[in-house]
Write a protein that binds this ligand. Sequence first.
Ligand code: GDD
Ligand code: MG
Length: 358
Amino acid sequence: MREAILLVGGQGTRLRPLTINTPKPMLPVAGVPFTVHQIMRARDAGITRIVLATSYRADVFASFIADSDLGIEVVIATEEVPLGTGGAIRFASGFLTGGSEDPVVIFNGDVLTGVDIDALITSHESTSADVTLYLTRVADPRAYGLVPTSSEGRVLQFLEKPQTPEEIVTDQINAGCYVFTRSVIDSIPEGKPVSVEREIFPVLLAADRAVMGVVDSGYWLDLGQPMDFVAGSVDLVLGNAPSPAVTSPGESLILTGTTIEASANICGGTTIGKGTKVGSNSEVRASVVFDSASIGSNVSITNSIIGQGAVIGDSCVIADSVVGDFAHIGAGNELRNGARVWVNAELDELVVRFSSDK
Ligand code: GDD
Ligand code: MG
């Protein structure tokens, strides 16, 4: 038996207002909650039991898992108060069944990747590591955990979200997936908030424990910010990012019960959610539209997220923006450059009166 812990308890602050009603890993990405892509990848890597470490809106996970069969045993652990990444791992370990020397795979709940999980476990076992970290290289590492390694792959330092230019010592970052030997998890203090990145990794390194890094250059994206969330969904729909939950990649993914006028153009990896309507001559490009939304005629939507039940009036232009669930955008409005409209907000119809030159 192989076991894993999936960390899904964060508040998803950077994705507000989408995460007001739905925790980040339960937001639909390419037609299914993001967490389904991760659970199915874990299953395909031979993991037979996965513990969901929940906190924020744990109820949403519980009801979804109760109604789903993902071909793997899914157990829900719920922290009464958020315990941080390290505290959550420690708490979830109480739901594991393996022995103290068994490997446990841990995933951040918002990372889209094609990494070979099985190879990561094999590497962990062959080096007799305490912890093995999956690393990737990014152009701008400041928003992540920096992880320089030696030529033998030994982790030298762990610098979470560096604050000064001197701290930017590498472009290798923690890609949000680890293999821990179970006994190392059990050494994390119990019942209090702990950060695995800011506390546990530095402590293990100071104690000269065997912390190894495996750099992988395949697909990697953290979906924690709106434009990355859109990019991840688009890549899944187009087939640029791997997932067993996307069986037939294509130009767009249109779910059931939609009404789309023939003159509308749905393209660039867009997903249109269940029961959503799109009016005539509208274009929805490289975007994610959740269920039961209503998009009028002559609308242009690009690189944006439209929440569940949102209503977009005729002739609106929405680019690089987020519209919260059940918001109403009156006809003729333009939202651009990272605009966010809150859940249930109402924007009046934009009435432009042209003065006559004559
Ligand atoms: N159960 C539980 N409880 N889960 C939590 C808690 C908690 O208190 N706090 C955060 N999480 C979960 C989040 O739901 C998410 O899946 C994961 O832990 C990481 O949190 P993020 O908020 O997404 O962290 P980040 O993106 O800023 O940084 C992390 O990921 C980067 C890679 O994407 C760090 O691990 C960085 O070192 C890393 O580079
Ligand atoms: Mg993240």
